[in-house]
Write a new protein. Structure first.
Length: 129
């Protein structure tokens, strides 16, 4: 009986050694043919692997989104600078053409037949009783 027990223990020991060797033996061929994914250890960790893959995809998508927003902010800042310069230019032109001397020049150029008043305006005061 001891011979049988010893023989059984040695068979179990050899099986364990073969299992350990299979665990350590990860080859490029095993990756390509998919036998790596069929192992117990990998199938037990499959939910975690899927979770990590999902996190990686979310991370990459977030990075692309942030870069797109950054490019958009830069273009909008450039547009704001351009519009601000245009606004300042327009305001200065309006101030220039609204001067009394420029208004009289424009009236003469257009031939509207208007004349500049030489009498200053008077303020009308209405008294309440």
């Amino acid at each position: 009986m001891t011979d049988q027990n010893n023989e059984q223990e040695s068979v179990e020991f050899i099986d364990q050694k073969i299992e350990r060797k299979e665990h350590k033996n990860i080859s490029f061929r095993g990756i390509l043919d998919g036998s790596l994914l069929a192992r117990k250890e990998v199938t037990k960790q499959l939910p975690f692997i899927i979770f990590l893959t999902l996190l990686g995809i979310i991370y990459i998508a977030n990075r692309y989104h942030a870069e797109r927003l950054s490019r958009e902010v830069i273009s909008l800042q450039a547009e704001v600078k351009e519009l601000r310069a245009e606004s300042i230019t327009t305001a200065s032109e309006l101030m220039f053409i609204s001067k009394q001397s420029e208004v009289s020049k424009l009236v003469e150029q257009k031939g509207l037949g208007l004349k500049e008043s030489l009498v200053p305006p008077k303020k009308i005061v209405i008294e309440k009783n």
